[in-house]
Every structure is written in C-alpha cells, then in structure tokens.
Design a protein around this ligand. Structure first.
Ligand SMILES: O=P(O)(O)OC[C@H]1O[C@H](OP(=O)(O)OP(=O)(O)O)[C@H](O)[C@@H]1O
Ligand SMILES: Nc1ncnc2[nH]cnc12
Length: 170
C-alpha cells in the first residue's frame, strides 16, 4: 500500500501559490491510517523517550494514536487561549502566515525525554517553536517525527542538528 496515494494535493489553499497536502483521504481509510501509525511507531519504538509533544489540530490525530500505541504520555500544544492552566508561549512563522503556540508550564518535567510529532514538516517553523517550548520546560528533544516532509521547502536548514524522521517525502 502506497500512502502517497492517500494524500490529496489542493492547489492555492489556503492562499495562492501553496499546494496544500490534504491528509483527510488517508484518515478516512482505516487501512491507510493504521499503516501510517504502524510505520511511524516502527521508526521510533527503539528510541528512549517519555512523552510525545504534538500541536493542534492535525498533530493531535496522529500524535494521540502514536502515544496510545507506544504507551507514552501525550502533551497537547495548543493555539492561544485554549489551555486552562498557566502556559508558556512561542510565536513562529508558517508557510502561510504567523502563529503562536502554547503549552502548560508544568507539562514536562525537567530532564524528561520528548519526541516532537507533527503531520507535516513544511518550513520547520512549528517544529522549531515546539522545541523551544520543550526546552523552556527543561525537557530534551530526542527526535522530531513527521508523517510528511515537504523537502522542497528545505525545513532541515532551520532544524540543523535535530534527529528528523519522516515517513513520506514530497
Ligand atoms: O513546518 P511549518 O511551516 O511550521 O508548517 C507545518 C505546520 O502547519 C500545519 O499546521 P497549521 O498551523 O496549518 O494547523 P492545523 O493543524 O490546525 O491545520 C501542519 O499541521 C504543521 O503543524
Ligand atoms: N503545504 C502544506 N500542506 C499541508 N499542511 C501544511 N502545513 C504547512 N504547509 C502545509
């Protein structure tokens, strides 16, 4: 089964010039969704880590399933104003605009090892912001894991020295 067949390209969304990689065909197919989680989990199962940190919204879908399968805690990172307790924040640039992410101040204990997960690695701005949130809390990022890496945006340039693992390169 080729998972690429379940990623739909939508030109000019959310703005002109962007090819949006739509994962909803993959999500609605149970075999494709299961294969994606199984393959992602195989890539990280030998790493030593405590927690998976993932941003809303699409990061939650895969990150949550992966946490369950690997028996690891899940830390939700959210857009501003959604988390109820004290937060730490990080502003960042996206392929289409600017954004801000927040995490509970006590989500990660000092010294805990963390995997960052997201569905798409595009410019790398989100991953960089996630790493900064993890490190502000005293956590250590052992890997950054993605379903899809948009290699033509060269995200590895701003994520130098990170252990980057992606399942599908586009
Ligand atoms: O590598 P980057 O350039 O930072 O882009 C990647 C991010 O962009 C998308 O999220 P988006 O902010 O669109 O949110 P969503 O998951 O809520 O749709 C995607 O889910 C990643 O989180
Ligand atoms: N081109 C793209 N498709 C889907 N998600 C994205 N997140 C950032 N860039 C994206």
């Amino acid at each position: 089964m080729d998972l690429r067949k379940y990623i739909r390209d939508i030109p000019d969304f959310p703005e002109k010039g962007i090819i949006f990689r739509d994962i909803t065909p993959l999500l609605r197919n149970p075999e494709a969704f299961k294969l994606a989680i199984d393959e992602l989990s195989r890539k990280v199962e030998n790493l030593d880590f405590d927690l998976i940190v993932a941003p809303e919204a699409r990061g939650f879908i895969f990150g949550g399933a992966l946490s369950y399968k690997l028996n690891k805690g899940f830390i939700p990172v959210r857009k501003p104003g959604k988390l109820p307790f004290t937060v730490i924040s990080e502003k960042y640039l996206l392929e289409y605009g600017t954004a801000e992410l927040q995490m509970h101040v006590d989500a990660i204990e000092k010294g805990q090892k963390v995997i960052i997960f997201d569905d798409v690695l595009a410019t790398g701005g989100t991953a960089k912001a996630l790493k900064s949130l993890v490190e502000k809390s005293g956590g250590e990022v052992v890997a950054m894991v993605f379903l899809i890496e948009l290699t033509y945006l060269n995200p590895r340039n701003i994520l130098a020295n990170e252990n980057i693992i992606s399942l599908i390169e586009l």
